[in-house]
Design a protein around this ligand. Sequence first.
Ligand code: SAM
Ligand code: SF4
Ligand code: SF4
Length: 377
Amino acid sequence: MSKVFYLTPEPAGADAAAGNRASEVVASGQGAYTGTVEGPVLDARRRPLHDLRISVTDRCNFRCTYCMPREVFGADYEFMPHASLLSFEEITRVASVAVQLGVRKIRLTGGEPLLRKDIQKLVAMLAALRAPDGQPIDLTLTTNGTLLARKAQALKDAGLRRVTVSLDALDDTLFERMSDSRVSVSTVLAGIEEAGRVGLAPVKVNMVVRKGLNDQQIVPMATHFRHSGHVLRFIEYMDVGSTNGWNLQEVLTGAAILERIGEHYQLEPVKSQYRGEVAGRYRYVDGAGEIGLITSVSQPFCGDCTRARLSPEGKLFMCLFANMGHDIRELLRNGGTDQQLAHRMAGIWQVRNDNYSEQRGKETTQRQKIEMSYIGG
Ligand code: SAM
Ligand code: SF4
Ligand code: SF4
């Protein structure tokens, strides 16, 4: 696909010569085709579409209490049947259109993405995508790390650039409690090391902090990953989904986390590299490396949110806290052209107005929301 057209309320051809100016028009859902998309499509808050997070499965081998509590995701929980999942070809088609609309960064997630059979084949297909200027897409993946030691080399060979690995504690008992699994910390650490060794680097390590549960692991985790070349990122516990019984009292703010580390090691801020970077970055003054803080509760970053999310069965979500998605599988499976797909996706993005974290309050946390294990981080 070389050119993408999308719907605007403008008369046909009016802006064709103006190139990206067409992307400034908010889609009305009806109208004529105008102009090619040469730059990112903007949403109603003028945020460009830059990132696509693709959840490839709603299944996971962990039952992290903050994400998939076993009381809800137990033995009788019905996960999506395989036939309803997008195939690798379908995912790649959506991704390819998204790239034409401005996406330059793709993250595979889940559920646990490494549970999806032959995931390296999807990685290879996505790694072959090129932006209109010929540049490859920044392709990454978030995993709980259990299968990473085994799969890192194949993922790297397929074209994956980097990985993010979730690890909430170094203490085995606490880790088992957080993940509600029998997997040992050493398995995840081996996955992190192997990812670094094969060049999926720098490896980012995500630690969700729940006050009173694993906050005593902040400093040991910081100490462990100093001088490792890996970037440890602390994530404020969020009210995603409707099953984890989230409570503001359990949130330890990024500022408090920074203070705790600061009692042991001197840190200084690092300038963010690009618009939409989710983590606030800090480096150890003594040169031991970097950490990140993802403060979506205490310091929301909706103003720079450039992420769209694709669910395993082909729904597009415009916000992590949304309660409804936009079905695009029907179009994919019923003969829709790339051009129609582009219209649909651009139209959805252009009317996007989400800023959940900026509105967060008692009322919003009680809303029905999609689960993190379904849409990914
Ligand atoms: N299973 C993979 C993993 O855990 O890395 C990928 C999917 S998981 C949903 C993506 C990220 O979301 C993980 O880093 C996880 O820690 C984070 N996450 C899940 N629930 C969360 C919550 N309630 N608050 C903050 N982060 C959460
Ligand atoms: Fe699974 Fe990741 Fe959710 Fe934990 S955070 S239950 S590893 S999807
Ligand atoms: Fe983006 Fe929604 Fe998170 Fe705000 S709350 S940063 S709009 S995903």
